[in-house]
Every structure is written in structure tokens, then in C-alpha cells.
Design a protein around this ligand. Structure first.
Ligand code: EN5
Length: 386
């Protein structure tokens, strides 16, 4: 077990971090010390850069992930990230094209595996670190158990190191050495009937479909009539609002204005952000956002897709957080989402029970590469990975 990870600069399973050990795990390196050549591959494979600005290449990646990316524990659902979503998620300000790493079969050119790095800024215990995020590590279903993941991880590490970055943050549903936080998924049914039909939710003797429908009913109109989509002119005050909120978490995202605009300005079927502004100053005082990530329903005669919204970041200063999220549930329901998903991070625990979220069967573990910190609680975490 973990043959690969035992030689990597990560906290090991039997290790308990103490105050004195906080910081980088590996000895510091300079860019000159980093290997110039890509990791060697079995001769029938080759490395490539997947150009996400090329619609055909983006489509190839879309298909790889649609057919081979993350499933739930019972293999009933698989993430179905859309093309526009993937482009948005992997090309934020300052992105490096060569961090979108593909592995192809030489003979046919078929894309068989992928890993992505993106530059991000993270508050860790009060200080901003410019590091990398790792996401979308995927190996074609038929090529599993051939130990390709370690090659992709090491090649990504090398290319990121070449840019003088030696730390990364990543998440996984699986337990690996060793999470600094472990969070739980919660789900709010918007279309309970369909959720039961596809096996996402279930009925009991007492909770029949009609009762589920009644329990999860929502008003057709929002309560805060001043809630409106985020726009360009909100970027300055919105950035200030969110950084002021996030800086108090032990580990959290830091946004420049350019990054805030990238991650929050609404994009249809990708990211939705709603705000309330102060009538006098026009400054953003409250913000609620979710992204769209559908799942394929595997082997179902009637339904092919589950329409899911995922909570991104919320900040409430003039209204109750609970009210803000309830309003966004209404908006999501009216836009035909079947379920609203969220993790028990940030202040989310404060509204989960009252707004009728139920605990899911999935966990999301958070990891740092080449950095030791003391373990933190979900509510001390202010970072959402797509
Ligand atoms: C890359 N950054 O397991 C890594 N989802 O709970 C990403 N469960 O949808 C890693 N099994 O509980 C992602 N329904 C890891 C997550 C992978 C996907 C995953 C879980 C999260 C999920 C659903 C469906 C379960 C189907 C059987 C679930 C119960 C919902 C119910 C609604 C009503 C109130 C009670 C709960």
C-alpha cells in the first residue's frame, strides 16, 4: 500500500505533525536543480500538452473525463464536467499551458491520461503562499493498475518545480497519506422524485415520495429581492469582501481582483454568483455562488444526467447566511437543478440542518504536497476545489 507515496514529500500516515515541523518537507531546491527532461515513459506512450484553447483537444479531454473520471462508491454516477467548465477551471489568470499534461498512445494518438496544475494563492496560517493546485488526474478506465498515476504526478511536479513552485494543494475522495482536513458532502434535494428514481436518494416507510416532495418544496420567489447577479462593476468591492472573510480561516483561497473576476463573474451553466450591494456605497455586502457540475447516471433506462449545483463561496454580512443560501436554492431549483451539493467547510454547518441538507456517503480529503501543517477542522477551511 502507498508504495509510491512513501517516497514523496507528503505527511505519512503514521506521522503526527507538531508545531516544530510546520513548513516544507523537502530541502529547498533551485530551478537549476530540476531535471530538464520529462520522465521517461514505456515506449508506446508519449507526453503531450493538451491545448485547452483548441476546441478539438478540449473535446478529447472532455470525453476522457466523461468516461473515466470520478464515480461515487457504488459506481452509479460519474462526474460530467462540461467543456466550457473545464476551460474555465484550468485557464485562470497566470495559467501555464504546459501544466495541462496529457499522455497519448503513440500509435493512434489516443488521449489515455491527464493531470492539470493551476497557479493559485493560498492563505496558510495567515500568510499568502503562491503555489499550485492539482486537479483532474484521470487515467482511462481500461488502463488502470498499470501505475501510470505516479508518472503523471512526478511529471506535473517537475513542470511545476521548473516555475519555482514547490508546493501543491489537492483533494481526493480516497484516503491517501495524509489529509490535513477531511470534509463531508451534504445534499439538498430540489427534485426529490427524480433523485429517488435514479438512486441518488431513497424513500423509507415513513418518507414516501409525496412526503419527500412536500418536505423539499421551496417558494417560487426569493426573499431578498435585492439579490442580483454579480457584474463587472462589483469586482473591486467583491474582492475586498471575500478576502476579508477568507483571511480568518487557517487554510483558504486568496483572490486578486483579476482572479476574483475570473472565478466569480457569471458564466452560463458554469458559475453563478449573486450579490447584495449597499444602497449608499454600492459595495458588495453579501455574496452567494455555486458552480454547475452534472453527473452521468450510469446504466439508467430513462435518465442520463443528474443536474447538480455545488456551493462555491458564500459571504453574509447584512443578511443571515441561511437566508442567502435559501434564496440560492430557490434560484437553482428554478433553473432546473436536481440537487444542491455542499461541503461542511467554512460556515456551511450553520445552515445545513435548517435548510434540509442531508449527509451524503462521500468524503473529500484535502492534501498539501511538500508542506506540513497541523490538521484542521472542516469549519477552519476556506478553500473550494472544483
Ligand atoms: C478531484 N478534485 O462520492 C477529486 N459523491 O456524498 C474529487 N453521494 O453524490 C473527489 N453511492 O450521498 C470527489 N446521496 C469525491 C466525491 C465523489 C462522488 C461522491 C457523493 C457525495 C454522492 C450521493 C449518491 C450516493 C449514491 C450511492 C448521496 C444521498 C443524498 C440524500 C439526499 C436527501 C437527504 C439525505 C441524503
Amino acid at each position: 500500500r502507498h508504495k509510491f507515496w512513501k517516497d514523496q514529500p507528503v505527511v505519512q500516515m503514521d506521522e503526527n505533525v507538531n508545531e516544530k515541523k510546520i513548513g516544507a518537507i523537502d530541502q529547498e531546491k533551485t530551478v537549476e536543480e530540476i531535471k530538464k527532461k520529462p520522465f521517461s515513459l514505456p515506449s508506446h506512450y508519449e507526453w503531450c500538452v493538451v491545448d485547452l484553447m483548441d476546441d478539438d483537444k478540449l473535446h478529447e479531454l472532455y470525453l476522457l473525463l466523461r468516461d473515466s473520471y470520478v464515480e461515487d462508491d457504488d459506481n452509479m454516477f460519474r462526474f460530467d464536467y462540461s467543456e466550457s467548465f473545464l476551460r474555465w477551471a484550468m485557464t485562470p489568470p497566470g495559467y501555464h499551458p504546459e501544466w495541462h499534461i496529457g499522455l497519448r498512445l503513440k500509435k493512434t494518438g489516443k488521449l489515455l491520461a491527464f493531470i492539470a496544475g493551476m497557479p493559485i494563492s493560498l492563505w496558510i496560517n495567515g500568510k499568502v503562499h503562491h503555489i499550485s493546485e492539482i486537479n483532474f488526474l484521470c487515467i482511462y478506465q481500461k488502463l488502470r493498475k498499470k501505475d501510470l498515476a505516479p508518472l503523471l504526478i512526478q511529471e506535473a511536479t517537475r513542470r511545476i518545480n521548473k516555475k519555482n513552485i514547490f508546493q501543491a494543494i489537492y483533494t481526493a475522495g480516497r484516503l491517501l497519506p495524509k489529509p490535513f482536513a477531511s470534509t463531508t458532502y451534504y445534499h439538498r434535494s430540489l427534485n426529490p422524485k427524480k433523485l429517488v428514481h435514479v438512486g441518488f436518494s431513497y424513500t423509507t416507510k415513513l418518507m414516501t415520495i409525496p412526503r419527500l416532495v412536500k418536505k423539499n418544496a421551496l417558494p417560487s420567489k426569493v426573499k431578498n429581492t435585492r439579490l442580483r447577479p454579480l457584474q463587472e462593476s462589483d469586482v473591486e468591492s467583491g474582492t475586498a469582501l471575500i478576502n476579508n472573510y477568507l483571511k480568518n480561516f487557517k487554510v483558504s483561497m486568496y483572490f486578486s481582483e483579476e482572479e476574483f473576476a475570473w472565478w466569480f463573474l457569471p458564466r452560463e451553466k458554469v458559475i453563478n454568483t449573486y450579490v447584495i450591494t449597499d444602497p449608499e456605497s454600492g459595495n458588495v455586502t453579501d455574496l452567494v455562488s455555486f458552480y454547475t457540475l452534472n453527473s452521468s447516471v450510469l446504466d439508467h433506462p430513462k435518465y442520463k444526467t443528474l443536474n447538480a449545483a455545488y456551493s462555491f463561496y458564500n459571504v453574509a454580512t447584512t443578511v443571515e447566511l441561511k437566508e442567502l443560501v435559501n434564496d440560492v436554492l430557490i434560484l437553482a431549483k428554478n433553473e432546473n437543478y436536481d440537487v444542491y451539493n455542499c461541503l461542511n467547510i467554512m460556515d456551511n454547518q450553520d445552515f445545513l440542518d435548517d435548510l434540509k441538507f442531508g449527509q451524503g456517503d462521500g468524503l473529500l480529503h484535502y492534501y498539501l504536497f511538500n508542506y506540513r501543517i497541523l490538521p484542521i477542522l472542516p469549519k477552519e477551511l476556506g478553500f473550494t476545489i472544483l
